[in-house]
Design a protein around this ligand. Structure first.
Ligand code: V47
Ligand code: SF4
Length: 374
């Protein structure tokens, strides 16, 4: 797209400031936090779509990525008490589970025939499991599925499992890497603003701790993802503050592969009284994220949480990654009332969703190496 479209913006009666931002984005220049806030406050859906699509195209062309993966959730027993969580249970409470290494390896093996290339492991912070348990888990999975890539443990889990073993984070991450870990998922970031963080997840690893674990992983050659939980008690300036802190760390290390906005789901948690964001707000949030985070290569829509239709629509708002096939292996969002209560997508479904949006489906591995262009 060239600046030839700029007169169209003038024609549609945009403010001078929004036209200037459009010029900047189309020229490939970075926007400031103040401009990011203005986009959230004043950018119309169609204006944001055009700019986000432009950035998506510049970074990823027509390619939209997905992988063949499953989730393993070792336990929902958790020492933390995040107010938005519908998933955690106390030890012994009805609905809690804790799977041993043997059971988890068996689950992984039962999906091996489906041709998965990635296992994503995430769960609660179990009080009796330290880093040695999780390093053994990775090593045992790698013994039976050596080619499968393991993306595992949020910074919050890493922080706790290292502390429980009196090990520093650098040493702990090296141990996990030696066992076969190739990437960290982006969870646990929630919202970085310290005042809000204390209200929604008071016991969790703090903002500096989260950023530092990702920095350490990047320096050890472990790329990671990043997330933002939105639609709770934050306002637009908190969202831009969050995105700024991610953008700054990415300038420093270049280690983030993807950013995944996580829409707050309100079923069965202490924030159930908060209405969920509208579809339009979800799409505006994808678009502003894509425009603002100019240095993170991939923007992911996590379809098990938002549903396949909205995930497909998000492809017109900057998204270039639909996560993976999942195969009904996650409970975090179904327990919070997500659109997909038994999330399964075949490769055909994902490629059709992408083609339907006029884009090119690309199967990738965890590290975004191309496996197949469809
Ligand atoms: O950190 C918990 C979120 C995250 C709710 O890296 C909720 O590829 C909305 O990190 N409403 C964990 N969100 C999941 C996660 C993730 C998911 C998919 C892909 C990747 C990736 C990472 O789930 C938590 C928290 O932010 N979460 N409860 C809720 N009620
Ligand atoms: Fe525990 Fe994660 Fe739930 Fe927080 S969001 S209570 S850390 S399982």
């Amino acid at each position: 797209m060239s600046s030839a479209i700029l007169p169209l913006f003038e024609y549609s009666g945009l403010s001078k400031k929004l036209i200037q931002i459009a010029e900047k984005v189309i020229a490939g220049n970075r926007i400031s936090p103040e401009e990011g806030i203005l986009l959230f406050r004043e950018g119309s859906l169609s204006y944001l779509a055009v700019l986000a699509d432009h950035v998506r195209h510049r970074i990823n062309g027509k390619q939209v990525f997905f992988n063949r993966n499953i989730h393993l959730e070792p336990t929902n027993i958790c020492v933390n008490h995040c107010a938005f969580c519908s998933y955690r249970r106390k030890k012994g409470e009805e609905g809690c589970w804790e799977l041993g290494i043997g059971e988890l390896v068996q689950k992984a093996q039962s999906h091996a025939l489906a041709g998965i290339t990635e296992i994503h492991i995430v769960g609660g912070v179990h009080p009796d499991r330290d880093i040695h348990f999780y390093a053994d888990l990775i090593a045992e999975i790698k013994k039976i599925l050596p080619a499968v890539q393991i993306k595992a443990f949020t910074a919050v889990e890493i922080d706790a499992m290292c502390r429980f073993a009196s090990m520093d984070v650098r040493e702990g991450l090296s141990l996990l890497k030696d066992a076969g870990l190739v990437s960290l998922p982006g969870g646990g970031a929630e919202i970085f603003d310290e005042v809000l963080r204390a209200k929604i997840c008071p016991d969790k690893t703090d903002t500096e701790g989260w950023l530092n674990i990702h920095r350490t992983a990047h320096l050890l050659g472990i790329p990671t993802n990043s997330t933002m939980l939105y639609g709770l008690i934050e306002d637009y300036s908190h969202r831009i503050d969050h995105l700024s802190r991610l953008r700054n760390l990415q300038d420093e290390t270049g280690g983030f592969n993807a950013f995944i906005p996580l829409k707050f789901k309100h079923y069965n948690n202490r924030f159930s009284h908060i209405e969920e964001q509208t579809t339009i707000e979800d799409l505006r949030n994808y678009a502003v994220s894509r425009i603002f985070l100019d240095n993170v290569p991939h923007l992911k829509a996590y379809w098990p949480m938002i549903g396949k239709q909205l995930a497909q629509l998000s492809l017109a708002f900057g998204v270039d990654d639909l996560d993976g096939t999942i195969d009904d292996t996650t409970k975090i969002y179904s327990m919070a009332g997500s659109e997909e209560q038994s999330p399964v997508a075949t490769t055909d479904q994902l490629t059709e969703m992408i083609r339907g949006a006029g884009l090119t489906p690309v199967e990738r591995d965890t590290l975004y190496n191309v496996i197949k262009v469809f």
